[in-house]
Design a protein around this ligand. Sequence first.
Ligand code: 6GU
Length: 225
Amino acid sequence: MHIDIVSVVPELLESPFRHSILMRAIDKGLVTISIHDLREYGIGNYRQVDDYQFGGGAGMVMMAEPLNKLLEKLTSDQPADAIVYLTPDGESWKQSTANSMSLSKRLILICGHYKGIDQRIRDLWVTHEVSIGDYVLSGGELAAAVLADSIIRLLPGVLNDAGSALSDSFQDNLLAPPVYTRPAEFKGMKVPEVLLSGNFSAIEEWRESEALKRTESRRPDLLKD
Ligand code: 6GU
């Protein structure tokens, strides 16, 4: 898989891919990531990428031309499977969308800033508009890192234990059950007996029931779908 990320603050995207699981995925050649500085495609000597909005109002808008130039370049050799615009007015990012996007060969992520990008770029190029939650971030970069992380960890060979991704919270619309490791007793608190029993069907039953309990109390909305 190849992921292109378009940003006006590319420095914000340096660290997330340099550590742990994502770095290992890159080192193993399972994914390549290119971060593009939109300013290099900016207009004039000042490399302008934003301008006042028509109709007035506070806040700048990311101009169509620099984005268009960069997107034309990125898609000239090979089309992208998805062109995602990160924006608080997008659709909520979900595990199911991460699952389906993990089957892509090429993704382009566009990080919004200021008041967002000119609507005509959305109309012309963008295939998915995504928000990562009901709050406002200063820019789409952290959201792009969230998307990239949730997608890359699903690629075959990225996680050591292939079963691990399948047992994550949300994979079956349930939150994950509690987990314990050694010692079996800590500050007088004991690990649930069943987990030490070696009875795998009883353990599975306990996990399912705990997952359901957690979901009912914390995220009852997940049980409605
Ligand atoms: Cl994708 N971008 C910004 N700027 N804010 C957000 C968001 C994205 N998702 C939630 N808040």
